[in-house]
Ligand binder design. Structure first.
Ligand code: NAD
Ligand code: UGA
Length: 434
């Protein structure tokens, strides 16, 4: 089975490598020559655990290759996945579909034989039909179907999520397209991964509804964390007590500095716009977005309060910049909302992150100093802010860290540590909802 993946980013590269691992012959195609050249030289342009080994193994086996050239790759394809970005459109919050539509138009001319074009990008309802229209208009004689196969992987655990998914969603309109996709995903039958076959519109809405629901759980627990703070309750215990109810489930109930990343922020806003476009309300999701923005703002106040009312001229050691651990992705990371607000009020920031510094630099104020080690970061700091729960920060040598600092404030925005332990080590400890 010949698969072409248009877009070799977080989703395209991981999905392409995983399909190759399943036994398909895959070409990952990208417009970005630097990215493809890096891949051809054996360098992985993103940080995703396990991806370098997976890519190398499949390149060596001759099942995975990289290209910028449509003409030599598209004609032989049985399935072409569109996995390009769908960022927020500047100014209005809609999902920007220009990359998806451009990809559709570009591949159309080269189609030969029956081909299934599969939207893997997260796209608003109606996009698959528009992709169909564009291809038909560009190449009226092409023999093709358009399908929707939204992707549910998480950055940082992308390969495991792809190889052992909770479900695969296939939005299809023809038996031929369904058969091709089922054949591609057949290796998942072994572990009985549910394949949910549905229509195009439902598949497109499932993706947004799933992300919005997960974001809702996070904003919900973040709001409850405020009530916990005011009343002396412990949000961990509350989340556990809630989550033991199988109808609620314990996942995605960790209070934190607000959700970030390349998907929840843009997809919640895009879903609101989609609802508006179709004349229906989206009050729950609007609240989720608002609560998330205020949670990030609340983190700034929390840090200020912990520093005695002002961050001016205080040295703050920030541990973690990426939106979650095990990725170098800085898109919509809480750090991008929280750190500039502190710098504006005169804070002096030293930051550490195991993978995200190069991505973070152009997005954060120039005055921030980036450190290579945790020790350099905390040295002479008035306060530590733990912003991303990388493993490196979970087992800090607390006695040593405390002795290196000038002050004793420790603000744990991921609730990694226990208060009694931190107080035993002499820290003024602040966390979320506990
Ligand atoms: P990304 O920005 O990492 O990668 C997109 C790639 O597409 C880029 O390398 C870009 O150069 C390439 N591209 C754009 N137009 C092209 C064209 N016409 N031809 C060839 N290449 C082209 O994006 P991503 O994070 O992989 O996200 C892709 C889509 O998948 C988005 O819709 C996103 O919402 C969705 N998604 C992402 C994740 C995730 O964890 N990142 C998870 C599930 C779904
Ligand atoms: C998310 C979804 O989990 C994936 O299923 C989906 O495919 C993807 O978006 C997408 O559509 O791109 P991802 O953004 O990689 O994946 O990461 P998550 O693990 O979901 O975390 C998102 C944000 O929520 C992070 O900032 C994280 O710190 C925060 N979060 C997560 C919490 O604050 N609390 C939680 O309990 C869980």
């Amino acid at each position: 089975m010949n698969v072409v993946m248009i877009g070799a980013g977080y989703v395209g590269l991981v999905s392409g490598a995983c399909f190759a691992e399943f036994g398909a012959d895959v070409v990952c195609l990208d417009k970005d020559e630097a990215k493809i050249n890096a891949l051809l030289e054996g360098n992985i342009p993103i940080y995703e655990p396990g991806l370098d080994d997976l890519v190398k193994r499949n390149v060596d086996a001759g099942r995975l290759s990289f290209s910028t050239d449509l003409e030599s790759t598209i004609p032989a394809a049985d399935l072409i996945f569109i996995a390009v970005g769908t960022p927020t459109r500047r100014g209005d919050g809609y999902a920007d579909l220009k990359y998806v539509y451009a990809a559709a138009a570009e591949i159309a001319t080269y189609l030969q034989g029956y081909t299934v074009i599969v939207d893997k990008s997260t796209v608003p309802v109606g996009t698959a039909r528009e992709v169909h229209r564009i291809i038909k208009k560009t190449n009226p004689s092409a023999d093709f179907d358009v399908a929707s196969n939204p992707e549910f992987l998480r950055e940082g655990s992308a390969i495991g999520d792809f190889m052992r998914p909770d479900r695969v969603v296939l939005g299809v309109e023809s038996e031929r397209a369904e058969a091709k996709l089922r054949e591609l995903y057949r290796p998942l039958n072994l572990m009985e991964a549910p394949i949910h076959v549905t229509d195009l519109e439902s598949a497109e809405i499932i993706k947004y509804a799933a992300n919005a629901f997960l974001a809702t759980k996070i904003s919900f627990i973040n709001e409850i964390s405020q009530l916990c703070e005011k009343t002396g309750a412990d949000v961990h215990s509350v989340a556990k007590g809630m989550g033991l109810d199988g109808r609620i489930g314990k996942k995605f109930l960790h209070a934190g500095p607000g959700y970030g990343g390349s998907c929840f922020p843009k997809d919640t806003v895009a879903l609101i716009r989609m609802a508006q476009e179709h004349g229906v309300s989206s009050r729950i999701i609007e609240s989720v977005v608002e609560v998330n923005a205020s949670q990030k703002a609340r983190m700034v106040s929390k840090i200020r309060e912990a520093l005695g009312g002002s961050e001016a001229d205080k040295t703050i050691a920030v541990l973690g910049l990426t939106f979650k651990p095990e990725t170098d992705d800085m898109r919509d990371a809480p750090a991008l909302a929280i750190l500039p607000a502190l710098v504006d009020k005169g804070a002096l920031i030293k930051a550490h992150d195991p993978q995200g510094i190069e991505e973070a630099k152009p997005l954060l104020p120039d005055s921030i100093a980036y450190m290579d080690s945790i020790n350099e970061t905390v040295k002479d700091a008035d306060a530590i802010v733990l912003l991303t729960e990388w493993n490196q920060y979970r087992g800090l040598d607390l006695a040593k860290i405390k002795s290196m600092m000038k002050g004793k404030v420790f603000i744990d925005l991921r609730n990694v540590y226990e208060r009694h332990l931190m107080e035993e080590h002499g820290f003024d400890y602040t966390c979320i909802g506990r």
